[in-house]
Ligand binder design. Structure first.
Ligand code: COA
Length: 229
């Protein structure tokens, strides 16, 4: 599409510089190694191919989360959201999950979404932990505001981290946000935040070479739990 850069300068929200997220590798319970790394706007079309099938999966709130995530990623691609970032999990290059979030202010992070395509391996839990790691350790933020749209999400975030309830309306529908403080993050870190750095060169090369989107029927099967690990 033709872009009027003069108008774009008005339409695009100003962005603060963000520190990069250094890639890490996590060995999952099945022994497979998942590379967690930050992606860029140029990767969004690939990400959308993986999110799209979830829009029609009425199970574990995949449709609600998928639809919101889809629109957030598109907004990011077209510079219509401020200070968003996105981390992905890849096994043998294949995209198995993603998280997105944004800096609401320099001090406060606004957690957006977590989506796991491969189930039963805590891929979502690990990616959420990486997102918190980025907010607190690399972006140097004081707190992250979080809501859950699904019971699994509530168990994973609110219960596992012991998040603090607040009355602050979250961007996702205005629900009262829960807060991860720096203290809570560092208290939970030994239990919940895992992974090794640096990622071995050959492993990172495979991940960076191509972000492989599983085909649609495979995604449906994995989320529906028909395909094992
Ligand atoms: C929430 C979410 C990110 C968590 O991902 P995860 O940590 O990888 O966890 P899973 O979804 O694989 O598993 C959740 C539970 O269901 C079980 N489960 C679900 N499908 C399974 C499968 N196919 N095989 C094995 N276990 C499965 C898991 O054992 C796990 O049980 P536990 O909580 O007792 O450990 C993921 O469920 C998801 O993407 N949900 C849809 C979107 C969503 O709700 N996002 C969060 C919004 S707040």
């Amino acid at each position: 599409m033709a872009i009027d850069m003069e108008l774009e300068a008005v339409l695009r929200p100003p962005e603060a510089p963000q520190a990069p997220y250094p890639a890490k590798v996590i060995t999952l319970a099945n022994g497979k190694r998942m590379v967690v790394r930050e992606v860029t706007r140029a990767d969004v079309p690939k990400l959308l191919r993986v999110v799209h099938p979830t829009l029609f999966i009425d199970k574990d709130y995949y449709n609600v989360v998928g639809a919101r995530l889809y629109s957030e990623l598109l907004a990011w691609q077209y510079y219509r959201v401020q200070n968003e970032f996105c981390l992905v999990g890849q096994i043998d290059g294949i995209l198995v999950g993603m998280v997105n979030s944004r800096m609401y202010t320099a001090e406060t992070g606004m957690s957006l979404h977590t989506l796991a395509i491969d189930r039963g391996l805590r891929i979502g839990a690990h990616l959420f932990a990486a997102k918190m790691e980025h907010h607190i350790e690399f972006l140097g933020q004081k707190e992250v505001l979080i809501v859950a749209e699904s019971p699994i999400g509530f168990r994973r975030w609110m219960t596992e981290y012991g998040l603090e309830p607040t009355t602050i309306p979250h961007e996702l529908g205005g629900a009262p946000a829960y807060r991860l403080t720096r203290q809570l993050y560092f208290d939970s870190k030994p239990r919940l935040v895992v992974g090794d750095r640096p990622v071995p060169d050959e492993l990172l090369a495979v991940a960076e070479q191509e972000l492989i989107a599983a085909d649609e029927s495979m995604i449906r099967e994995k989320i529906a739990g028909l395909k094992g690990r």
